[in-house]
Design a protein around this ligand. Structure first.
Ligand SMILES: Nc1nc2c(ncn2[C@@H]2O[C@H](COP(=O)(O)OP(=O)(O)OP(=O)(O)O)[C@@H](O)[C@H]2O)c(=O)[nH]1
Ligand SMILES: [Mg+2]
Length: 394
């Protein structure tokens, strides 16, 4: 680490652990058009001032709050940046530096700020300092990584205080009201947790029924190998997709049948493990061939599965009503859209009105259960205090 050029305007040095300001890369990892770095905490203005070389005029600290300044930051030529003082208050001074996106430009800026005396901190730490409750912070972090617009909508509601407000109502109401509200909140947790992690859907069926073809049809591109040879898929092949706007990790698995091939049977063990952990299994049957014992065994294993009768473009080999299944053709795409709808409705059976409180982290669900437990035991006081601590925590 290089020492900053004599900081006359400040007593801070990079080593002063108590007073040194922090820097946080606010934009997500990876490539992007711009990168945003915030410098915050005591001494933030001085540190940013030392790192910033204006194209025109005096140093950054001479600028009023909100005025955009163009200049450079970083060793050598550095990166061309826009810097702006967001808050000049002595309590929480803060500077935003907008540089080019991508790891190398951001790296240059971060290095220069560290050399000027800032310490790198996580986005979580920055959000915690900036305001809001711990729920608000978690929601902003989750929102930054939201994979679909629908997920973002629900998380934005939580950023705007839907869950905090519901907790306040629980705190203010009677024990009975609190218990009813907690019950429905906890009932939304399954949905909330999947918003962040995605739902897991797995294709299952005997070899050659068209699982891989269906995965490709749902993906919209050829991800898995499709071949008339039974036992083609050995590994679990996954794609990320959105079903009616809900994020799904869709997995294709090895076809299930008796086999003496050790690799194939390893693939089948993986397939079974994956199917067990799934939120939903889609059992694929081949309607152009007679139903087999293997088909029936797989159906019996997954009584809650969505069942499809694939290869509907070929002459049928069993009557439509023999089994309750959705006729589709992975080859032509017929019925695939309906399948997507059916799956989405199974994953998210109901829509809560906009602005609903939704817990979306396992720790939140644990907290809700603990609070519910207090109310159940008649310990109203303690439950209210637990909510207070939660809402007060940053
Ligand atoms: N006509 C027709 N053929 C299909 C359809 N779906 C799949 N196939 C064909 O059936 C064969 C097997 O398809 P795959 O998708 O590889 O089957 P799989 O279930 O993944 O098979 P394994 O990986 O061996 O378990 C290929 O030749 C596909 O082209 C369909 O809807 N109609
Ligand atoms: Mg396959």
């Amino acid at each position: 680490m290089t020492t900053p050029p004599s900081p006359e305007s400040s007593v801070l040095s990079p080593e002063s652990s108590v007073l040194s300001p922090f820097l946080t890369v606010v934009t997500a990892d990876g490539r992007g058009a711009i990168g945003v770095v915030r410098v915050w905490g005591p001494g933030a203005l001085d540190v940013a001032d030392r790192a910033f070389r204006p194209n025109l005029g005096r140093g950054l600290t001479a600028s009023p709050v909100g005025r955009l300044r163009v200049g450079r930051v970083g060793a050598g030529l550095g990166d061309e940046v826009v810097a702006v003082i967001v808050d000049a208050g002595s309590d929480s001074p803060e500077v935003e530096i907008q540089c080019h996106g991508g790891p190398s430009a951001i790296g240059l800026v971060v290095e220069a700020l560290v050399a000027s005396g800032a310490k790198a901190r996580s986005p979580r730490a920055w959000l915690k300092h900036s305001n809001g409750s711990s729920i608000n912070t978690e929601a902003e972090l989750a929102l930054a990584r939201a994979s679909t617009a629908k997920v973002a909508e629900v998380l934005l509601d939580q950023v705007n205080g839907a869950l905090d407000d519901e907790l306040r109502r629980i705190q203010a109401g009677s024990t009975d009201e609190a218990l009813a509200k907690l019950d429905s909140l906890i009932g939304r947790a399954e949905f909330g947790l999947r918003l962040v992690e995605g739902w897991r859907v797995v294709l299952a069926g005997r070899p050659n029924v068209g699982k891989s073809r269906l995965l490709n049809a749902l993906a919209g591109f050829d991800r898995a190998i499709v071949d008339p040879t039974p036992g083609t898929t050995r590994d679990v092949v996954t794609i990320r997709a959105a079903f009616a706007g809900w994020p799904v990790e869709l997995a294709d698995t090895a076809g299930l049948r008796a086999t003496s091939d050790p690799i194939e049977s390893e693939g089948q063990a993986l397939a079974k493990a994956h199917q067990l952990g799934a939120d939903l299994v889609i059992v694929v049957l081949d309607r152009s061939e007679p139903l087999t014992e293997a088909d029936r065994a797989i159906l019996a294993e997954h009584p809650r599965a969505v069942v499809v009768a694939n290869k509907a473009d070929l002459p049928a080999n069993w009557p439509e009503r023999a089994i309750e299944a959705l006729a589709i053709s992975a080859e032509t795409g017929d019925g695939v859209e309906t399948l997507v709808e059916v799956v989405a409705n199974r994953l998210v059976p109901r829509n809560w009105p906009a602005g609903s409180a939704v817990p979306f982290r396992p720790a939140m669900v644990r907290r809700l259960r603990a609070i519910e437990d207090c109310f159940r035991r008649g310990n109203h006081e303690r439950a209210v205090r637990a909510i207070e601590r939660w809402l007060g925590a940053r």
